[in-house]
Design a protein around this ligand. Structure first.
Ligand code: AMP
Ligand code: ZN
Length: 115
């Protein structure tokens, strides 16, 4: 399934619900988290609907690499200069709430609200 009509992040990809986007290319988008843990908290997602990291296969390795590679560039662009945290929650025990693969990227001066 490349897109799931019931998935909130697929709706953001399709422009059906609003998001504060900070990046878009052919394969990925990034946007601010609605409940930020840190002064800067963005989510990087593939446009393709992949429910969890456990559902990604060898054919997605380049995509996963691009998600990670985008993080330092985004943090630089958003003015984060002192390090940042990347996080992928996977499945129930991993604390995943939205079942469309996403990577949290958090930075900015501490203390943070969470994390
Ligand atoms: P996770 O526990 O990794 O699945 O986290 C899902 C994240 O998505 C949470 O940090 C939410 O605040 C965030 N989130 C949920 N809905 C939206 C939305 N419409 N726009 C931006 N962030 C969202
Ligand atoms: Zn989706």
């Amino acid at each position: 399934m490349s897109s799931d009509p019931n998935c909130i992040f697929c709706k953001i990809v399709a422009g059906q619900i609003p998001a504060r986007k900070v990046h878009e290319d052919e394969d990925l988008i990034a946007f601010h988290d609605i409940h930020p843990w840190a002064p800067v908290h963005v989510l990087v997602i593939p446009k393709l609907h992949i429910a969890t990291l456990s559902d990604a296969g060898p054919e997605h390795e380049a995509l996963l690499g691009r998600m990670l590679g985008l993080a330092p560039r985004l943090m630089r662009e958003l003015g984060v200069t002192n390090g940042f945290r990347t996080l992928v929650n996977t499945g129930k025990d991993g604390g995943q709430e939205v079942y469309h693969l996403h990577m949290h990227v958090m930075g900015g001066p501490r203390p943070w609200a969470r994390g």
